[in-house]
Ligand binder design. Structure first.
Ligand code: CA
Ligand code: CA
Ligand code: CA
Length: 271
């Protein structure tokens, strides 16, 4: 009997949750989308599919770089953003000059670099949607020209590739947390990406606009997103100087940039 009660209670909670999402969506649409973070004007003449895409994160499992404002909005999505993922990169620390660099006014979550004695450390933080097989409830990712982080498998329409960082060889100090994108996190780092080039970057795609987010630049130009301003930012990681640097790319599907030292091109979206 207790089990039956528990399952009825569960079902009731699910229905309540769905009702609250639907009424929030109704309220948002009736006040021109302001409550959802969607510009009211953007709703005029927009078809239902585009409204949905502006409010709900796409299906699948994946990771995004975390901006200073934290993970993108949950909004009306069924995503389960996990915000506790990070990777500590131990960059060149035995040369007198370290060449790590961030674009001016970068919007990455802080602190993105610190020192620990002579060790020059860079941090990346991630928002990982980890709902696994259950997250088949959002729209599909739009055609375009961009990359995201791989988590489990790439969503439909993307191709895989990776970047390998040759980190400081002396006294490796490379921490990470469990909830991060796919890769190999030893004394060096490999991170896996999902990229696509099936649309022109100047043709705006629809993604949730309520909070800032990052995508990666792919094929030379940041993808435009409807209702968002985009800025091309970058990070340079000063990778190992001695013994022959072994930075490398696997395949052609990885964010734009270069190796030795590793530069990665980011696209930051805000309103
Ligand atoms: Ca070194
Ligand atoms: Ca190394
Ligand atoms: Ca170097």
């Amino acid at each position: 009997m207790a089990a039956l009660e528990a399952s009825v209670l569960n079902m009731a909670n699910t229905v309540k949750e769905l009702q609250s999402r639907v009424s929030a969506l109704d309220a948002s649409l009736s006040n021109g989308g302001g409550g959802s973070g969607l510009p009211g004007d953007a709703l005029k003449g927009m078809d239902g599919d585009l409204v949905l895409r502006s409010l709900v994160w796409p299906e699948g499992t994946y990771g995004l770089l975390m901006p200073e404002t934290g993970c993108p909005s949950q909004g009306f999505s069924f995503v389960d953003w996990r915000s506790d993922g990070y990777r500590q990169f131990h960059t060149e620390s035995t040369s007198t000059v370290n060449l790590n660099q961030f674009s001016p006014n970068v919007h990455l979550k802080q602190p993105y670099q610190t020192t620990n004695g002579a060790q020059q450390l860079v941090f990346l933080y991630f928002c990982v949607n980890n709902e696994g097989v259950n997250n088949a409830e959002g729209p599909t990712w739009p055609s375009g020209s961009y990359c995201i982080h791989k988590r489990n498998t790439c969503p439909e329409g993307f191709h895989e590739g990776s970047i390998f960082w040759d980190q400081e060889n002396t006294l490796p100090n490379n921490k990470y947390s469990e909830m991060i994108p796919n890769g190999a996190y030893g004394s060096d780092t490999r991170m896996d990406y999902c990229c696509r080039r099936d649309g022109r970057p100047d043709d705006a795609v629809y993604l949730p606009t309520a909070k800032p987010f990052y995508l990666y630049r792919f094929d030379g130009k940041c993808q435009q997103v409807a209702g968002m301003n985009v800025v091309n930012e970058f990070i340079v990681f000063d990778t190992e100087n001695t013994g022959g640097n072994i930075d490398k790319y696997t395949g052609e599907y990885h964010p734009d940039g270069r190796l030795n030292d590793i530069r990665v091109e980011l696209c930051y979206y805000s309103r």
